[in-house]
Design a protein around this ligand. Structure first.
Ligand code: NI
Length: 166
């Protein structure tokens, strides 16, 4: 288990497009495990390569329920439908929250950690998470997508309080 350093806020790497992964070798497998550990450590539901300084097309998601853990390599959005306005945050912007428009349902194709092609049909929170994490691979961050006037800045102290309530 290894926790990677997160990249935050204005870090340029968060605005760059990530590259396709050509081979799922041991380095990628270790990266995937570390990303999962890092996401869990910081109580996130998703994390993308660039957020740990790796400009590669890999995302991890864990919605905290059974069978909601995903490691996806080279994910592609095949379909998205409807919309939902959701309260959103991001591990790279720990003090900011805002309302973002996301698809209500989404279909994503990707490779799993064994290189097998997978197709995921997500709705609600899973659709939001997939949309948010795939945005990261394209250098897009949620703070640029928030509905006008809804971006909240939260102090470290308030953040601590919210964590305790959970
Ligand atoms: Ni994020």
């Amino acid at each position: 288990m290894a926790i990677r350093n997160l990249r935050y806020g204005d870090d340029e790497i968060l605005r760059k497009k990530a590259r396709e992964i050509e081979e799922i070798d041991d380095k990628i497998k270790t990266l995937a495990e570390d990303m999962m550990d890092t996401m869990h450590k910081y109580d996130g539901v998703g994390l993308a390569g660039p957020q740990v300084g790796i400009l590669k097309r890999i995302i991890v998601i864990d919605l905290g329920e059974e069978n909601t853990q995903y490691i996806l390599i080279n994910p592609i959005i095949k379909k998205q439908k409807g919309e939902q306005i959701v309260d959103e945050g991001c591990l790279s912007f720990p003090n900011q929250y805002g309302k973002v428009k996301r698809p209500k349902t989404i279909v994503v194709e990707a490779l799993d950690i064994n290189g097998k092609k997978v197709r995921i049909e997500g709705k609600d929170l899973l659709a939001q998470a997939l949309s948010h994490e795939i945005d990261h691979l394209n250098g897009e961050v949620f703070v640029n997508k928030v509905e006008e006037g809804t971006l909240e800045n939260i102090s470290d102290k308030e953040l601590e309080e919210r964590r305790k309530q959970k």
